[in-house]
Design a protein around this ligand. Structure first.
Ligand code: SF4
Length: 337
């Protein structure tokens, strides 16, 4: 089954209203001469967004490690010896203290991650309590809790969750090479529940996991053919962690990562494209090129779940050098979706 067919078979796209992106069409974009591709992406970026405004999100792990899934990139899987310290679901007070700090440092959105295959019904009471408390601080809320059972997305929405993060991880054809404990279609099913409940979708993937360029194009096509397209699209570069199966994955050239950002921007013009995991290993020049190619969101803070992230001071300096500013209601410019 081709990439695009498997996306269309879901309940998410009964009446496609967004431009259809075949894998070939996305591959052709990848093959555009590099500077021409970045230029085109920069033009699209300016059509819908203020290119000086960067949306800042902070990500906190609220339940760490001990996950039963086998994602080959993840140090939180209980199957790999990675040295991650397991931590049960944190208390509301501890999370609120971190959310207040994040807000005082300019974050507009507070993202919470839990290392689960999915929440159990007994977890939902505490999770919804946490979401309500963070929301009361005046922050946008985002959760990444894994696969959702029926009714859970509605409970999260009711508690005040704005976004649900659920990445497609990689292309459908490459999925089984990276993850054996679930299928690509399981992800689509949860995304369908999230949309049906009226939550906004944060959905992206990871590159640098030994996939081919065609498979990278397949991931972007799968994301771009979601209807509606995700509001946020995190593009992650694999962080190779000792003990995980992908620790020896082949390095992706920096230009290929920038191309991926540009292709995401062109195919999903109204979405926030987030420069996510892997940023710590990127030079300032590479990050600047990503912003030029249409990235307009970053994770801000010194931890990205359990791997490092550039320190906030470093982020502030880089943003000052590039004359970028945190996105606010005032400087945001986006056409109505
Ligand atoms: S990525 Fe999520 S689901 Fe996969 S092992 Fe890590 S915590 Fe578990």
């Amino acid at each position: 089954m081709s990439t695009v067919q498997s996306v269309q078979l879901t309940e998410i796209t009964p009446h496609p209203s967004v431009e259809y992106w075949s894998v070939c069409k996305v591959e052709a974009l990848y093959e555009t001469p590099f500077l021409e591709l970045v230029y085109r992406a920069a033009q699209v970026h300016r059509e819908y967004f203020n290119p000086q405004a960067i949306q800042l999100s902070t990500l906190m792990s609220i339940k760490t490690g001990g996950c039963p899934e086998d994602c080959g990139y993840c140090p939180q899987s209980a199957r790999y010896q990675t040295g991650v310290q397991n931590q049960q679901l944190l208390d509301v007070d501890e999370i609120i203290a971190k959310a207040k700090i994040a807000k005082s440092r300019g974050a507009g959105r507070f993202c919470m991650g839990a290392a689960w295959r999915g929440p159990k019904p007994k977890d939902m009471g505490k999770v919804t309590q946490i979401i309500k408390a963070v929301k009361e601080l005046g922050l946008e809320t985002c959760g990444t809790f894994g696969l959702l059972q029926d009714g859970m997305a509605e409970e999260l929405k009711e508690a005040g969750l704005d976004y649900y993060n659920h990445n497609l991880d990689t292309a459908p054809e490459h999925y089984h090479e990276v993850i054996g404990t679930r299928r690509f279609d399981d992800r689509l099913s949860t995304l369908g529940k999230v949309r049906k409940a009226g939550l906004k979708v944060c959905c992206g993937g990871i590159v640098g996991m030994n996939e081919t360029r065609k498979e990278r194009a397949g991931l972007i096509a799968s994301l771009a053919n979601l209807d509606p397209q995700p509001e946020s699209v995190p593009i992650n570069q694999l962080v190779k962690v000792e003990g995980t199966p992908l620790v020896e994955a082949e390095d992706l050239d920096w230009t290929e990562f920038v191309r991926t950002i540009a292709v995401a921007r062109i195919t999903m013009p109204k979405s926030y494209v987030r420069l996510s995991a892997g940023r710590q290993g990127m030079t300032e020049e590479m990050q600047a090129m990503c912003f030029m190619a249409g990235a307009n969101s970053i994770f801000y803070g010194d931890k990205l779940l359990v791997t490092g992230n550039p320190e906030e001071d470093g982020d502030q300096l880089l943003m000052a050098k590039l004359d970028l500013e945190p996105e606010t209601e005032e400087n945001r410019k986006i056409l109505e979706r």
